[in-house]
Design a protein around this ligand. Structure first.
Ligand SMILES: C[S@@+](CC[C@H](N)C(=O)[O-])C[C@H]1O[C@@H](n2cnc3c(N)ncnc32)[C@H](O)[C@@H]1O
Length: 342
């Protein structure tokens, strides 16, 4: 067959990956990954309508995610194998996220028209913890061995025992890893979203981490002069008031304290970034999610490309100087910044 023009290919892959996302949400993917079977067998394991299971399984074959012979469907490891893990990102969550993000598309249309953004609580209600799961393997693979190890003075201080805050911790994966690795240090997560904080508290309790707590507090309103380290991982580009949050983080630091900020390594120039085949994911997710969460009526938002373009200048304007950076294999830049005056 002749090659499809790129636009048709894009549409075809949207349908393919959306069908896959529906399989993850309905549970049909699990029996397929576990070895497969007839459509009726897949339906029975997932507890779904058999006729729809048959349509879904056919769509998997048409998309190149499965094969079928004698009515028995099997996964194609070349394509579906990534869902089994082995890469430092939760691929299953990345794909599954398309379902709740799709449900928000009419809201995004409104937000693009009115410029009023979409609040954190609305995103939380739609996305639940699916978006949080995306980064969890990244933190497990890189947070200690690359991001903290790349700033040796921080690693030493954390070993000795310091007070650490994270702004926008979500469900708290990064803080759980840190609290467990550095039992002499004390950790607090401040997130604006109350439901997210509830999830974080439960997850920390499940791991029995006594040196970790969470509060529903805006990053701009943390206790003053209380922390030796304030972190923000993959969250700065979601805030509606970056200047206020940076002021809050500066005020929360004790003398000698520092910030540790992880943001996407995109350049912020779409022409340059287009050379990276993952850029449509970052730029598209930004338009649907990050940018809309950061946007308020009549105010510019931040969003995924903002840190690359603005964060350096804003740190300088707020009296910080960069004390080190790690270019993470995970596609992040991890910057340590210290206040010029304390
Ligand atoms: C994309 S999530 C990142 C969560 C987590 N750091 C991770 O990487 O999995 C961004 C988080 O920042 C929180 N957030 C947004 N603005 C905030 C603010 N001003 N203060 C504290 N948290 C904020 C949101 O509620 C959300 O949980």
């Amino acid at each position: 067959m002749s090659e499809l023009p790129q636009l048709f290919e894009d549409v075809a892959r949207w349908y393919a990956v959306t069908a896959l996302a529906l399989g993850i949400r309905t549970g049909l993917i699990d029996p397929l990954l576990a070895g497969g079977g007839s459509a009726a067998e897949l339906a029975a394991v997932a507890g779904v309508d058999p006729d729809n299971a048959a349509r879904w399984a056919d769509a998997m074959v048409a998309a190149g995610y499965a094969t079928v012979a004698d009515g028995r469907f099997e996964p194609r490891e070349e394509t579906l194998g990534l869902l089994r893990g082995g890469v430092p990102i939760d691929v299953r969550a990345v794909v599954e996220l398309l379902v709740p993000l799709g449900s928000l598309l009419p809201r995004v249309v409104t937000a693009i028209r009115d410029g009023d953004g979409i609040g954190s609580a609305e995103f939380q209600a739609a996305l639940g913890m699916t978006s949080e799961r995306v980064n969890a393997p990244t933190y497990r693979a890189f947070l200690l061995d690359e991001w903290i190890a790349g700033h040796p003075e921080l690693a030493a201080a954390l070993e000795r025992g310091i007070d650490v805050a994270e702004v926008g911790p979500g469900s708290g994966t990064a803080l759980r890893i840190l609290a467990s690795a550095f039992p002499a240090s004390r950790f607090v997560g401040y997130d604006v979203d109350v439901a997210t904080v509830r999830e974080a508290v439960a997850a920390a309790a499940a791991e029995g981490l006594a040196n970790l707590r969470f509060e529903a507090v805006d990053g701009g309103a943390m206790p003053r002069a209380s922390f030796d380290l304030v972190c923000m991982f993959d969250a700065f580009h979601h805030v509606t008031d970056p200047s206020g949050v940076l002021d809050g983080m500066r005020a929360a630091l004790r003398p000698g304290g520092s910030l540790l900020l992880a943001e996407s390594a995109v350049s912020g120039d779409p022409t340059t970034d287009a050379a990276d085949p993952t850029s449509p994911i970052i730029y598209g997710c930004d338009l649907l999610y990050c940018y809309q969460e950061s946007k308020l009526p009549s105010r510019p938002g931040t969003g995924a490309t903002w840190p690359a373009r603005e964060l350096g200048a804003m740190l300088a304007d707020h009296g910080f100087s960069e004390a080190g950076r790690v270019a993470s294999q995970a596609g992040y830049v991890v910057i340590r910044a210290v206040p010029l005056r304390t």
